[in-house]
Design a protein around this ligand. Structure first.
Ligand SMILES: [Zn+2]
Ligand SMILES: [Zn+2]
Length: 150
């Protein structure tokens, strides 16, 4: 399992990784903040970084990859359309949609913390993990605003 997160003190992006359950003595490379990160053996039900109980699952699909495929498909489609090669134009469009779909299905899931955004990948979410819900996210966002303004 791999956990990607932001340092709770300086918000420097970082990650810890382990093959099984482990307690990693993590030290921030940027600000020397130290913390023990508990990596569970199975899908986490509490956040390894902040201990929060509300987590959501999502596809571990890199956003930039989806966008590049989309851009490529649009350029290809328009190029062939401009040359009146309808067959190729549609082939590019449908082909990239297929590639997009296959990639989407083949990438694993990630479990993300609503509070601190820590992402656990390399694990399979269980029935207790639900997809992202905007209302819960909004509640945490408001909470963070209140914390920051105190
Ligand atoms: Zn730090
Ligand atoms: Zn967290």
């Amino acid at each position: 399992m791999k956990i990607r997160f932001l340092c709770p003190v300086c918000e420097c992006p970082t990650s810890v990784q382990s093959a099984g359950a482990a307690a990693v003595n993590w030290e921030c490379a940027a600000c020397d903040h130290r913390q023990v990160i508990q990596l569970p053996a199975t899908a986490p039900t509490i956040c390894a970084v902040c201990g929060n109980h509300e987590l959501y699952k999502k596809k571990n699909f890199p956003h930039w990859l989806g966008l590049s495929i989309l851009t490529f498909a649009c350029i290809g489609f328009l190029t062939f359309m401009a040359r009146y090669e309808w067959g190729w134009a549609w082939a590019v469009l449908l082909g990239s949609a297929a590639v997009d779909g296959i990639l989407y299905l083949s990438v694993g899931d990630a479990i993300v913390c609503y509070r601190c955004g820590a992402q656990a990948s390399g694990t399979t979410p269980g029935a207790e993990h639900h997809p992202f819900e905007l209302t819960i996210h909004e509640r945490y966002r408001q909470e963070k605003i209140r914390r920051d303004t105190v």
